[in-house]
Design a protein around this ligand. Sequence first.
Ligand SMILES: O=P(O)(O)OC[C@H]1O[C@](O)(COP(=O)(O)O)[C@@H](O)[C@@H]1O
Length: 357
Amino acid sequence: MASLGGFTAKSKMGTSASGDNGFCTLMEYMGRGGIDVGDDLVVLFSHIQYASKRIAALVASPFNSSLSKQDNAAGAGSSSDRDAPKPLDIVSNEIILASLQNSGKVAVMASEEDDAPIWIDDGVPFVVVTDPLDGSRNIDASIPTGTIFGVYKRLVELDHLPQEEKAILNSLQSGTRLVASGYVLYSSATILCASFGSGTHGFTLDHSTGDFILTHPGIKIPPRGQIYSVNDARYFDWPEGLRRYIDTVRQGKGKYPKKYSARYICSLVADFHRTLMYGGVAMNPRDHLRLVYEANPLSYLVEQAGGRGSDGKVRILSLQPVKLHQRLPLFLGSLEDMEELESYGDIQQKVNPGYEV
Ligand SMILES: O=P(O)(O)OC[C@H]1O[C@](O)(COP(=O)(O)O)[C@@H](O)[C@@H]1O
């Protein structure tokens, strides 16, 4: 164990993957001295981590308030206003696209920010789906934000199809086919959590060297937490089952005989990261979050950490996406909490009176 600026780098790697100082970087962890995920994926992740460092710098920049204000300005970023600064989520999208292009490993990128997936290259191994900057509405208050991504293999059997068609079909793969997924949390620390199919692991950015250091190897979500995370201003729009569940656990009358606490940042990556660390459930019961860009990558990570991701009825990863921007209710969390929550049956919110924020 090594101490790094207050963090404990709990590397369980053998000496082969940890440097002279005992730290293990993301690249070392993925490479031949570590779990050896293959050179292609290492190259891809080196570009993803580079993009995330640029986005981390962007969201922390003193100059970003003028950018994010453009979110509300009519025409910002459109062809009628080409010289205006672009909103941060658009800039983040461009940063990720450039990195994926430069990696030479990505055939197609599907982003929450784009109407259609972008075909990048033929004959290369991966498909990347991403939400480049989730929670961007929080930026002006310096509240944490995050990037979410999932990696699939290119479906070679679709190579003969027209580009537009194969771009969409490659991007609509079921979550069970993910070969890796991750998120980057931009908060008091910048943390990249990823899974390559053998556990979920957290790496913290060391700003002095620019490396992501393995600080949270083999994350295990506690089987039960004592926290629920939801926008409960919508209580009266919830179905009866969800109301009963929340009423029960907040009174300490559920299967876990303690009163639950509420936490809701309204920034999915931050709410998810806390849930992974402390346990409990993070949910958005209405049709709001996206299956392809958010629900699948995060469900893969929570499952790899021993938890569960559901739409309130079925396992997220078992769903076959039918539309790129398909939205759904999302429930992620500790196994026992999720089982208890789902046992209430009626937990998907169907009512949406048109919330303004
Ligand atoms: O308004 P709600 O239902 O509380 O939704 C909040 C959620 O929406 C998000 O802001 C994402 O929304 P967008 O994809 O529209 O940016 C999440 O970060 C957050 O968890």
